[in-house]
Design a protein around this ligand. Structure first.
Ligand code: MEV
Length: 438
């Protein structure tokens, strides 16, 4: 076990690695070499990455891929996707290609409101608190004007502040439930700064409020923080086509395909075990675009799954139906995304990803990202109800297995050829490598 270390963050990068080598890697040179191999030779770029966070000792690469042919609201996009999982990008591209000849994807932002809360306790009379809140509301807003000034110039700011009585759930517990418009910024820093100032104003105004007794004036702030639950920062994306234009095979007519597809989505609407995997597949596409564009995928994940459970049962984020011989497939998902601030102007690949998307505003990025989720889900269900997921998945996974065995270029070529007509399984790949090498 490694000893306790103090002042670790103050050590140079080299000394941090030395410490790790000594206490975690038994001074194995390979560990140090691996860390250093991933340093960028461009010092300026490396320093930028080092300073994104703390105790950085190396870089952790993820593939930066692209999925072309996404026709969204009659405009063609190539989507940047950052993801390590085999077959996600191929599946997205396949779905994009399928739908581009069937009218493409339609997407629209339904709302863009974000939320933050000041959680506090108060022991006095509720009526007095209401009066107090109404009286100080202008000051709550006035005192954040240095923070909101710029946001207001861009068309955003505070939308509303409400006093919420939560005493039926926790004794003496109240909230300021605040809503914001943050335009093209994800807005976490803006919202949190506003909330912390609201909290300060609340406490200081309470101290001087004539109607409060000394006890009542003791409003205690528990915390002030934005919410990643954003059911009113919502986007909808959809595809539709005539049922007869759906895949039509020997095993499954287009009508049977449509019915089976709708049934598969329906299962994810009523069965949480399936819904979680179904939504995980959606998030394969969403997270990949979110990560490539420098947004906070943890926030997006948390918000999406909470939304999936908004009716009290965890459900599919997508919906499918057949109406008047039309197949309609859609997604509705909250996406609090930004195209300014954060990493967007700092990380060179993020900048490039946004450039690839023709510098979208936040609303456009919400639409594109929702489409990525819908496309991914379409591809997954398409495989699930036809060939099964493993066929495509293992084909893409073949390269990972070959790399694991350090296959040479020639071995790779021969085995890729072999597996064009044979089923990929881990053991079969091993057998074939061993055969080649024998
Ligand atoms: C794998 O990452 C995602 C899928 O399992 C999604 C799904 O089952 O719908 C293929």
């Amino acid at each position: 076990m490694a000893p306790v270390v103090s002042g670790f963050s103050k050590l140079s990068k080299e000394d941090k690695i030395k410490w790790l080598a000594e206490h975690h890697f038994n001074n194995d040179k390979k560990a140090t070499e691996t860390l250093i191999t991933y340093w960028n030779s461009n010092d300026k770029l490396q320093k930028l990455h080092d300073e994104f966070t703390e105790n950085t000792i190396s870089n952790y690469y993820l593939p930066f891929s692209v999925a072309p042919n996404f026709l969204i609201n009659n405009h063609r996009y190539t989507l940047p996707m950052t993801i390590e999982e085999s077959s996600v990008v191929a599946a997205a591209s396949k779905a994009a290609k399928f739908w581009q000849t069937r009218g493409g994807f339609k997407a629209e932002v339904l709302s863009t409101t974000k939320v933050g809360q000041v959680h506090f306790t108060y022991t006095g009379d509720l009526k007095k608190l209401h009066h107090f809140f109404e009286e100080i509301k202008p000051n709550l807003i006035k005192n954040v004007s240095p923070i909101t000034k710029n946001m207001e110039k861009r068309g955003g700011g505070i939308k509303n502040i409400e006093l919420i009585d939560k005493t039926s759930e926790i004794e003496n517990y109240y909230q300021l439930h605040c809503t914001f418009e943050t335009v093209d910024a994800m807005g976490a820093n803006f919202i949190n700064s506003c909330l912390e100032q609201f909290a300060k104003t609340l406490v200081s105004e309470a101290q001087d409020y004539a109607d409060f007794s000394t006890d009542e004036s003791r409003i205690e702030i528990i915390m002030s923080i934005l919410s990643n639950y954003v059911p009113e920062c919502l986007v909808r994306a959809s595809v539709s086509c005539s049922v007869k234009d759906l895949p039509n095979t020997e095993d499954l007519s287009a009508t049977q395909y449509a019915q089976k597809f709708v049934r598969a989505v329906h299962i994810a609407e009523i069965e949480p075990y399936r819904a979680v995997t179904h939504n995980k597949g959606i998030m394969n596409g969403i997270d990949a675009v979110v990560l490539a564009t420098g947004n906070d995928f943890r926030a997006i994940e948390a918000g999406a799954h909470a939304y999936a459970a908004k009716d009290g049962r965890y459900k599919s984020l997508t919906h499918a139906e057949i109406r008047d011989d039309q197949f309609i497939f859609s997604i509705e998902i909250p996406l609090a995304l930004g195209t300014v601030g954060g990493l967007t102007s700092l990380h060179p690949l993020v900048k490039l990803a946004l450039q690839l998307l023709e510098k979208p505003n936040a609303k456009k990025l919400m639409e594109i990202t929702a489409v990525a989720g819908l496309a991914q889900n379409f591809a997954a269900i398409n495989s699930l109800i036809t060939t099964g997921i493993q066929q495509g998945h293992m084909k893409m996974h073949l390269m990972n297995i070959l790399n694991q065995f350090e296959a040479t270029t020639s071995e790779k070529e021969q085995l890729i050829e072999y597996f064009k007509t044979n089923t990929v399984t881990h053991s079969e790949v091993v057998t074939q490598i061993e055969k080649l090498r024998a």
